[in-house]
Design a binder for this molecule. Structure first.
Ligand code: AMP
Length: 224
């Protein structure tokens, strides 16, 4: 399952919730890359500057990292992909990869796109703080932490991402806008991309995604 959306669209939060509800892993390529940076691996050294600037890491490299993760046994029933594909080429590479891995169908089963106006994105991201340990996000809208700079869940330190500065965010949104048309057109050849109005509460957005899945599953079982 793929969830597309600009930075600040709530994509990470939705993917985490959907993964829990559907009991499949949540795979965020941003998290996988940041993990490499934290562990100072060769890949981490290579990608650090790209991430800080909000630029995209090479398609082949991200696909290679994701492929390795998809091969782990916990992904045998599927996964929720967060932040991938970011380009039409990544969508194509993912199809090739899924084709090759026997446990999956030939293409992603579900492709959702979260729609949020740009001013809302900037407001959501400005002042965003993230738990360095569990990744939970805090901001003015989703709620401030009970103790300043400490996560409500595990009391770990809250940090601000380097790429959450306003100028970098605007660049990341622009990059998303440039790439999304190619990705949507790639998937539209096989099945449609389902648009979800995401300028709503977290619970409403999850509910809307789940009800679309139920609705379309029952339609496809009726029409074969
Ligand atoms: P995210 O956590 O999804 O906002 O991603 C943070 C950063 O990681 C992005 O701005 C890119 O630099 C890099 N990144 C994450 N996913 C991808 C991807 N699929 N392709 C290229 N770069 C990526």
């Amino acid at each position: 399952m793929i969830v597309l959306g600009p930075p600040g669209s709530g994509k990470g939060t939705q993917c985490k919730r959907l993964a829990e509800l559907l009991t499949i892993p949540h795979l965020s390529t941003g998290d996988l890359l940041r993990q490499h940076v934290r562990s100072r691996t060769e890949i981490g050294k290579q990608v650090n500057e790209f991430i800080k600037r909000g630029d995209l890491v090479s398609d082949d490299l991200v696909m290679q990292i994701l492929r390795r993760r998809l091969l782990e046994t916990d992904c045998c029933r599927g996964a929720v992909l967060d932040g991938f594909p970011r380009t039409a080429e990544q969508a194509r590479l993912l199809d090739l990869c899924l084709d090759e891995l026997e446990s999956y169908g030939p293409t992603p089963k579900w492709v959702f796109r979260l729609l949020v106006p740009e001013p809302v994105i900037i407001e959501r991201i400005a002042g965003r703080q993230i738990c360095a340990n569990c990744g939970k996000t805090f901001n003015r809208r989703s709620g401030e932490p009970q103790t300043e700079l400490r996560c409500d869940v595990d009391h770990s330190l809250l940090v601000t991402r380097d790429d959450d500065q306003e100028e970098t965010v605007r660049g990341r949104v622009k990059l998303f806008e440039q790439e999304i048309a190619g990705i949507v057109s790639h998937y539209s050849e096989k099945h449609s991309v389902i648009d979800i109005e995401a300028n709503r509460t977290v619970e409403e957005v999850t509910e809307s995604i789940l009800s679309k899945m139920t609705e379309l599953t029952s339609v496809s079982s009726v029409y074969g």
